[in-house]
Design a protein around this ligand. Sequence first.
Ligand code: NDP
Ligand code: 2IT
Length: 453
Amino acid sequence: MASVEQQIEEFMGGLKRRNPDEPEFHQAVFEVAESVIPFLQDQPQYLEARILERMTEPDRAILFRVAWVDDSGEIRANKGYRVQFNNAIGPYKGGLRFHPTVTLSVLKFLGFEQTFKNSLTTLPMGGAKGGSDFNPHGRSDDEVLRFCQSFMTQLYRYIGSDVDVPAGDIGVGGREISYLFGQYKRITHHFNGVITGKGPSFGGSLIRTEATGYGCVYFMKNVLEHHGEGLEGKTCLVSGAGNVAQYTAEKLADEGAKVVTMSDSDGFVHDPEGIAGERLEWIKELKNKRRGRISEYADEFGCNYYEGEAPWRVPCDLAFPSATQNELSEDDARTLIDNGVRAVGEGANMPTEQGGVRAFREAGVLFAPSKAANAGGVAVSGLEQTQNAMRLTWTRDEVDRRLREIMGKIHGTCVEHGERSDKTPEGVVDYVAGANIGGFIKVADAMLAYGVV
Ligand code: NDP
Ligand code: 2IT
């Protein structure tokens, strides 16, 4: 029998041969394989049934053309995608991303991770991801409307409230979800929970907008408390200034922590006074309404702006990468460790490069991987589906209570499977292993039950 390391290498060799030129997908699978293959050594039922091989092949990937007309009357064509990764435990569920960096590799990594994340939430949701290389930056509302209508005209036949339920992600917020749902309804005449993140007047759940950021902070609170610490008084770095970053910052301030940075793709602002209260409201207005740049914050509040840089060299206790994948390199991780970082909560999906993840785990930094830490968003999407199916709405307090409870359960699952890891020092839970193994088991058991599918 080959050693565990050889088995991982062989597995990854096969995956790379079958999926050439998909570096993000390889990275996401490697992180899982590294935790799950050692676990499988005592689980012959999963090994014999080749569950991991099957779980790394999407059920299907749908590719389509999105043609639309810009404001100057020019015809444009973008790529559209929906990767339906795995529906073993429930209808496909996952966001749509509109960003010029979107490729099949990016959506496969996201759909694969989503399968594990959704399994961790305890709700019945499979994994999917979709989107387009369309760039909404600088586009008028009319252009975004025409694009969304064209996108949905292609997508609608592949989704449904019991089939596949999209939501937002980078570049897809309340405006885009409304345009997409409006077009779905117009084509099909169906008003149902086919998409989540809707406005509160047409079936959206309260707290969905806040859920990813709030959930990430609730998860971090669990992590710190489990290790005998708390959030109060902690200095925090947040990257990004979008949906996840805004509500991570908001909840951190509520919990008595201080957020000193936020960023966008042009650079970051460092505000030692703390980004909270009216300063944070100003950022929401800037990003959600005026759609401006984070550099304007530095002019408004008289603090420093660093063009072309990420915030990771600012000394802190906690770091929350909340912008995009691979935004925190191994070097950044070492700088954070040298500066005494205690914990990292991944608000974005796979924001830390592989070498960075290894460095954090080896150094005993409490590292909360995205599958677990940012699962609050999709969890409240799941609660939106529940409310839509029941045709009623829960109060803010009710949804928030359920979100806290779910983040606590995810934490418990991670501890159960990550407590006795040899990848982290004694006494430090390995949340990477915990999330990967915990997410895997439920999906794997369903696939075993179905026979050969
Ligand atoms: P938004 O579009 O609201 O915000 C994205 C932010 O990240 C913006 O500040 C953007 O800056 C920045 N950003 C995007 N791409 C890059 C890049 N290539 N380099 C540097 N900065 C970049 O997206 P969300 O807040 O919704 O998503 C952020 C992350 O969180 C993503 O990884 C997403 O997958 C993940 N996530 C989102 C969930 C949700 O519910 N929305 C749920 C779980 C995870 P700029 O404006 O300059 O582009
Ligand atoms: O990455 C994610 O979990 C999301 N973008 C949210 C998906 C959802 O269906 O709410």
